[in-house]
Design a protein around this ligand. Sequence first.
Ligand code: ADP
Ligand code: MG
Length: 370
Amino acid sequence: FLCLLQEPTRFESQVKKWLYEWRPDSCWEPKTFQASSLLVSFSWVAWSLISSRRVDRLRSCVRHNLCKIVTSMEGDIGEQIRVAVRVRPFNAREVARQCKCCVKMEGHQTILHIDECSRSPEDGMRIFNFDNCYWSHDRSHPNYASQEVVFNDLGQLALRSAFVGYNVCLFAYGQTGSGKSFSMVGSEDDRGIVPRVAIKLFQTMEAQKQENIAFEVVTSMVEIYSEKIRDLLNPRSGSKTELKVREHPRKGPYIAGLTAMPAMNYKEIQRHLELGNRCRSIASTHMNDVSSRAHTIFSINFSQTSLEKLESGLTRETKKVSLINMVDLAGSERQSSKQLSTMEYARFKEGVAINKSLSALANCIFALYK
Ligand code: ADP
Ligand code: MG
């Protein structure tokens, strides 16, 4: 029935497949395919003319059931988007000012005790709900949420979805110095989500290795700096070369001319990350000395091709492709209206571009939420 809903031009090849599967040993003549597909088309047209209303109902019923399958595979619609929050330790500035931590986390709740700094007495406590709350304020505390804890929830979920064949996007959002790069990339001895996802990806591929399944991993890395896209895996392209976003009729938006580097193991991904990080635009801000002023996107294009031998002796190739996008966003900042020096003005312009793109992102998230 689903095949009949497809375009009429596909009928013939579909009928051919059915006939072969039904009687693989018979020598089917091309005329038989044409005759059978004509017959199928005629009966389809006749049937739809007689009961067009019923067809409409059936078609919507099929669509409805398909939607259900998709959502039940991934859980509720709400589960397809997850929002997690993480609290970092005080930085040197906050320690020097003897700041007090006013954030508490209990299960899925983040509780802000703002009575100390609040002007109105009724503003004592604010409660926010998130899918995951990670309390990483004090490393020596037994409840400290380590990089591993964060990866086990968010990174593993992303990987599971990628193996099923879904596209995944994971991004860190927050003010400059709030711990985005730490959570996404981390350091050599305390790796963040990006390297952990890459390591686990190759480990899972190794564990699922079979003769008839081929895996392919291709990486790319870009940064969006002052509204311009730069290829970080092609340093020769220089800062002047700006990549363009184009719309593909089937795949959707993509970056034209982007370098895609294949990776056979984690070491190669690590090399790509190092190469990309060397080309990033880094400038110092008041909050964070090595803060990035650009959004950085590390993408892993992961494909799984499986070959299946049919009873007829033919082989069927199935390919699942999923794109894992991991984004370390530039920090949002408050702009000052005071008189600026030339240097400050350049930083101000960067800040405007960052805030503009973050507002666009907020609009996208709001549209998805609706
Ligand atoms: P952002 O990328 O949001 O500007 P960073 O990730 O660079 O901020 O974090 C700022 C500082 O805070 C860094 O020195 C980082 O090591 C530290 N930091 C952030 N999050 C944590 C954490 N969860 N545990 C320990 N240190 C952290
Ligand atoms: Mg950063």
